[in-house]
Design a protein around this ligand. Structure first.
Ligand code: ROI
Length: 173
């Protein structure tokens, strides 16, 4: 069966964000036809968007999956709902955000899904954890994402804690 390496961005700034992201990673590991391959550290980051909201916890996970992009999107949206996702306002606070950043070497333009994620190149809270687990991560056109990091250095982000696959428990390989 054909599989793809897929990078998922996780973010939360409500209801114990650290636990939301850890539970989100465990839920990714439990998806059907999918393996969790790697997980970044947790990063704390100042909000992009309205500033009167709490800081975020962010991470990136690498999955290997047989799911199609839209099947994966459906699964992620179900996980967001399970986490009690609240959308208060545009670019506002959220309990759990799960974004498909890269899906193999595919470029996807679909009414429900754009990949590579349209904003990933300008967000340090995405690039920093992504490059931690995949220093050579690149766009389908071959552009290395490491080159974008320099443009995002003004954005505040702090290493929060290191995660390991073992520390996530028996759901992970
Ligand atoms: N800001 C940060 N720092 N981290 C996020 O995950 C995040 N997610 C978002 C918006 C509201 C754009 N800002 C964010 O969706």
């Amino acid at each position: 069966m054909l599989t793809n390496n897929v990078y998922i961005g996780l973010g939360s700034n409500l209801d114990n964000p650290e636990q939301q992201v850890i539970d989100g990673i465990k839920a990714l590991a439990a998806l059907p036809q999918t393996q969790l391959i790697a997980v970044s550290s947790l990063y704390a980051s100042a909000p992009i968007g309205p500033q009167d909201q709490p800081p975020f916890i962010n991470a990136v996970a690498l999955l290997n999956t047989e799911l199609s992009p839209i099947a994966l999107l459906d699964a992620l949206q179900t996980l967001e709902q399970d986490a009690g996702r609240i959308r208060t306002r545009h670019w506002g606070e959220r309990t759990l955000d799960l974004d498909i950043l890269l899906f193999g070497e595919q470029t996807i333009e679909h009414p429900r899904l754009n990949v590579p994620h349209p904003f990933m190149r300008e967000r340090r809270f995405v690039l920093e954890p992504l490059l931690e687990i995949a220093p050579k991560a690149h766009l389908p056109c071959g552009t290395l994402l490491a080159q974008d990091l320099t443009h995002t250095m003004a954005q505040d982000i702090w290493h929060h804690c290191t995660l390991t696959l073992d520390s996530l428990g028996s759901d992970a390989p």
